[in-house]
Write a new protein. Structure first.
Length: 259
């Protein structure tokens, strides 16, 4: 292992260890926050620039893509659920639902920019780039690290803890969704773009489809099929988007040919 690669390995190992410990003792609601401290610490130790870490604004088209991706996936899932009569809107308070969506989306966007996105698509991305990796490999390893960091949420966190049959789907989805977030960061050079996507994703997924054992505003009970993160259909749609984007990206981005 090269000396430069020791930084990303150390940072990811520490992040997973801290989050796992917090999830194990019931602090899962706060387990992402140490990532902000790790982001600042490793950013300083490696003397990375703000642009390297992705703390730039990005372009307007990238923000549109960041909103379009989760919106399209959730709309297709809701349509499929409606077609199979898996939706129950009899108890839905739309005003409360709308406010909850805005709250979750905005809060996640702000927090993720200095925690999950800032750490994985920001510092880790820059650290791997400093170590000499090219874009495709950086995309792969940041996505793998993002998925591994989520293992304790699926296994240890009492507030989430999906059924065992849904755990592999959830972790695969974390990998795939992380790769889409990574493509947004790669395209725009900005973690704020991927943070917006992360915020809209969480707002739509958790408010409309539910979180853990809590049913969302759409009243869908069969999350093993229609869940955006734990459902087979959600995984299939996310994989389709990722593969389509990778196919297009390989045609227009020269970095693929030299990696």
């Amino acid at each position: 292992m090269s000396s430069e690669l020791r930084w990303p390995f150390l940072g990811v190992t520490v992040a997973i260890a801290i989050t796992s410990a917090m999830d194990a003792v019931g602090l899962e609601s706060f387990s992402a926050f140490p990532l902000a401290l790790l982001l600042g610490t490793f950013w300083h130790l490696q003397r990375l620039s703000r642009r390297e870490v992705g703390f730039t604004m990005g372009d307007s088209r990238s923000y549109l893509l960041a909103i379009a991706y989760p919106s399209a996936v959730m709309a297709l899932l809701a349509t499929a659920a409606a077609a199979f009569r898996a939706i129950d809107l009899s108890h839905t308070d739309w005003r409360k639902t709308g406010l909850n969506f805005l709250l979750v989306a905005v809060a996640t966007t702000l927090v993720a920019s200095v925690t999950e996105e800032g750490f994985f698509r920001g510092w880790l991305w820059a650290s791997l780039e400093r170590a000499g990796l090219r874009g495709p490999m950086i995309l792969l390893w940041t996505s793998v690290a993002f998925a591994l960091w989520h293992w304790s949420a699926a296994i240890l966190a009492a507030g989430f803890k999906p059924p065992p049959s849904q755990v592999p789907v959830y972790l695969l989805n974390a990998l795939v969704i992380g790769a889409v977030f990574g493509l947004l960061r790669w395209r725009s050079g900005s973690v704020f773009v991927s943070s917006v996507c992360h915020g809209v994703w969480n707002g739509l997924a958790y408010v409309f489809f539910g979180f853990g054992k809590k049913v969302g505003a759409l009243g869908i009970q069969d999350t093993g099929v229609f869940g955006p993160e734990v459902g087979f259909l959600g995984l299939a749609l996310n994989v389709f988007v990722l593969l389509l984007w990778l196919w297009y990206d390989r045609r227009v981005r020269p970095e693929w040919a030299v990696s």
